[in-house]
Design a protein around this ligand. Structure first.
Ligand code: HEM
Ligand SMILES: CC(C)=CCC/C(C)=C/CC/C(C)=C/COP(=O)(O)OP(=O)(O)O
Length: 302
């Protein structure tokens, strides 16, 4: 009796704003917005227009959080099956599917419309493409059918610097695509390190992540090989003249560390190293983009 009263009481409670906030994957989106901001800065030799910076970041942020909320909605049953995700708002039933669906749609429409009306249509189209790429193509399809899900789906997550760039210039540019390429190459070592650590959960939930379908040793090797690809791609900003010596010095140091961690992932058998490598990968991408920014403004001042 007491329990049913409590359940009834709970059904009258408003969902906590924290649960809606969590649907937007705010920490991931924050790092994406840093990458978008760097794209904006590098797009112009002068300071980018402040209104485009603010409106662009708000629009890209809203659309990314909308995409993340759709991911929570489509994955709600899957999330329930894995310890890492089992306490999410939809998996635990703290939010209903309708609430999440409406919230995701509102954020997405608000983000893309803001970009369309106040920034430019190109950025709105590219953001819409990334949103669909992550929410529908990756989450609804690729994640469930192929271990190459993230190599293809990673393109959506890699888009923010391009979105930032076009928000300022309204045009595509090879340098912007180079920034996308950096995140694109980095995504497999970023994610497969975590997938190795969480392979049992993915296997139990029937998600075909690389360590589940091709074995742990193969996944460890792929992390190592994609790390080398990332190292090569991250040298291109210097080679093409987009960035200078400050960037080169910093990125070499970051790459030595990234290679160190993922050499350990490749050679090791323990699960603590892949987890440590995953966390390092986040510091790596954040610091790399901050380096691009510092190098850009230093070259304008010096
Ligand atoms: C399709 C590509 C990607 C996949 C599959 C992926 C996968 C993941 C997963 C599974 C987590 C753990 C999330 C959690 O425990 O809540 C995570 C965390 C994270 N990812 Fe990625 N990621 C991708 C792209 C990116 C991109 C492009 C960025 C930023 C530029 C990024 C930044 C982060 C950050 C900052 C975290 C830590 C979040 C936290 O502290 O809770 N990821 N990623
Ligand atoms: C408009 C735009 C730039 C959209 C990109 C949106 C976005 C937030 C991408 C995040 C990438 C990510 C964390 C994937 C993990 O999903 P997962 O389902 O494999 O991980 P999970 O199990 O933790 O949910």
């Amino acid at each position: 009796m007491r329990n049913s009263n409590e359940a009834q009481l709970r059904s009258w409670e408003l969902p906590a704003w924290k649960d809606f906030w969590e649907l937007g994957k705010p920490r991931v989106v924050l790092v994406m917005l840093v990458c978008a901001l760097v794209g904006m800065a590098l797009a112009t030799p002068t300071l980018p227009a402040l209104d485009k910076v603010v409106l662009g970041l708000v629009g890209i942020g809203l659309a990314s959080m909308g995409a993340a909320a759709f991911n929570h909605l489509l994955d709600r049953r899957l999330d329930k099956m894995m310890l890492r995700t089992s306490s999410r708002p939809l998996a635990e039933g703290r939010l209903g599917s309708w609430q999440a669906g409406i919230y995701a749609a509102l954020l997405s429409v608000a983000g893309v419309s803001l970009l369309w009306y106040t920034v430019n249509p190109l950025t709105a189209w590219l953001t819409l493409g990334s949103l669909i790429g992550y929410a529908l193509v990756y989450t609804g399809f690729l994640k469930r059918v192929t271990p190459q899900n993230i190599t293809i789906g990673g393109l959506a997550g890699a888009a923010p610097p391009l979105l930032g760039w076009t928000a300022i210039t309204g045009e595509l540019h090879p340098n912007a695509l180079l920034l996308v390429l950096i995140i694109f190459a980095w995504t497999p070592p970023h994610f497969w390190a975590l997938a190795i650590y969480k392979q049992e959960e993915y296997a139990n939930a029937g998600v075909p992540m690389l360590p589940v379908t091709h074995g742990e040793a193969f996944a460890r090797l792929q992390v190592w090989l994609y790390t080398w690809l990332t190292v090569a791609v991250t040298l291109l900003p210097f080679v093409t003249g987009m960035s200078g010596w400050i960037y080169l010095a910093g990125v070499l140091a970051l790459n030595v560390r990234f290679l160190f961690w993922n050499w350990k992932v490749w050679r090791g058998k323990d699960l603590a190293t892949p987890l440590a490598s995953f966390w390092f990968s986040i510091r790596y991408i954040l610091l790399l983009f901050l380096l691009l920014l510092v190098d850009h403004y230093a070259s304008l001042v010096i």
